[in-house]
Design a protein. Structure first.
Ligand SMILES: *Cc1c(COP(=O)(O)O)cnc(C)c1O
Length: 313
């Protein structure tokens, strides 16, 4: 396996998309990081590549979307922000049959919980800005591949387009990586505690978390990963209530991004997914009642107390 460092997660994703030519067809999970939707609309369309978004957790829908010119399937699992789980092994078989590459964005899980290359992926993408560096203090991205030819291509693109990672950012990321295992365990156990608490709250309608047994992807995720990480989405009863919580959290910060020691609460419809067309957002469940919580490594009791006071305001 070879890994190339980039100046951001988006630079890494751009480099992998650079691999494709005019006329190529790419299938992406329909629930995914908003920046990829923008990349498809702004860059890939101009390049003459066609990008379709489908529910990759539904293998029949995925098979039906494969075309003669499909060159890649791009998957996030669990997905952002609805936490849908895609069967990486099954998708890798579909990709192989189609002669397409399977690319997996493993940002939410990190190598600590999930190893997509071992499950048949050809390329793994990481935004190192999140859990890998882990301190909300740097921006970086990575591409990993076990195919030397692909890795060499990505290295060429990295140096040719100048999307390389600076020495100080490399150092910050390497320092963060030393505590990855301890941090991930704490993010995960805090998240499970909070997800269970949220479920018992009257003002909470639905909790989306890969570690809850009633999540549709729970079993599949258990089979292919060693954990479920620290990302939770949930809906409350109204947009006003969602905005009220965002306004009143104190220990938790209302902000984008994820994967740092500090818990961050995000408003996906406004912050991370505004570039997803509104009908598509509604279909996916990214409504103005949905909040996404990146659970940090603080005391879980303090986090619950903060959510509770914000919900009662
Ligand atoms: C943040 C993120 C990206 C983009 O990474 P940057 O380092 O912010 O450019 C890609 N995928 C996922 C899942 C992310 O959370």
């Amino acid at each position: 396996c070879d890994t190339i460092a980039f100046s951001s997660g988006m630079a890494a994703i751009s480099a992998v998309f650079e691999y494709f030519r005019p006329g190529d067809h790419i299938i992406c999970s329909e629930d995914l990081y908003g920046g990829v939707v923008r990349l498809a609309a702004v860059v890939m369309s101009k390049k003459g590549c066609q990008v379709d978004f489908v529910d990759t957790s539904d293998l029949n829908a995925l098979k039906a979307a494969v075309k003669e010119n499909t060159r890649a399937i791009y998957v996030e699992t669990p997905s952002n922000p609805m936490m849908l789980v895609t069967d990486i092994r099954a998708v890798s078989r579909i990709a192989k049959e189609a002669g397409a590459l399977l690319i997996v964005d493993n940002t939410f899980m990190t190598p600590y919980f999930q190893n997509p290359l071992k499950l048949g992926a050809d390329v793994v993408v990481h935004s190192g800005t999140k859990y890998l560096s882990g301190h909300n203090d740097t921006v970086c991205g990575f591409l990993c591949s076990k195919e030397q030819k692909l890795a060499e291509y990505f290295r060429l693109i990295s140096k040719t387009t100048g999307a390389t990672l600076g020495p100080f950012e490399c150092w910050l990321c390497m320092r963060g990586l030393k505590t990855l295992a301890v941090r991930m365990e704490r993010h995960q156990s805090n998240a499970l505690t909070i997800a269970r608490w949220l479920k018992s709250q009257e003002c909470v309608e639905k909790v989306y978390f890969a570690g809850l047994e009633d999540n549709p992807g729970y079993e599949k995720n258990r089979e292919q990963a060693r954990g479920y990480s620290g990302m939770i989405s949930f809906t409350v009863k109204s947009a006003e209530q969602a905005q009220n919580i965002l306004k009143h959290v104190k220990l938790i910060t209302f902000a984008e991004s994820l994967g740092g020691p500090e818990s961050l609460l995000t408003y996906p419809a406004v912050q991370t997914h505004p570039d997803v067309p509104v009908e598509q957002r509604e279909k996916l469940g990214i409504t103005d009642k949905l909040l996404r919580l990146s659970v940090g490594i603080e005391d879980p009791g303090d986090l619950i107390a903060d959510l509770k006071q914000a919900m009662e305001r």
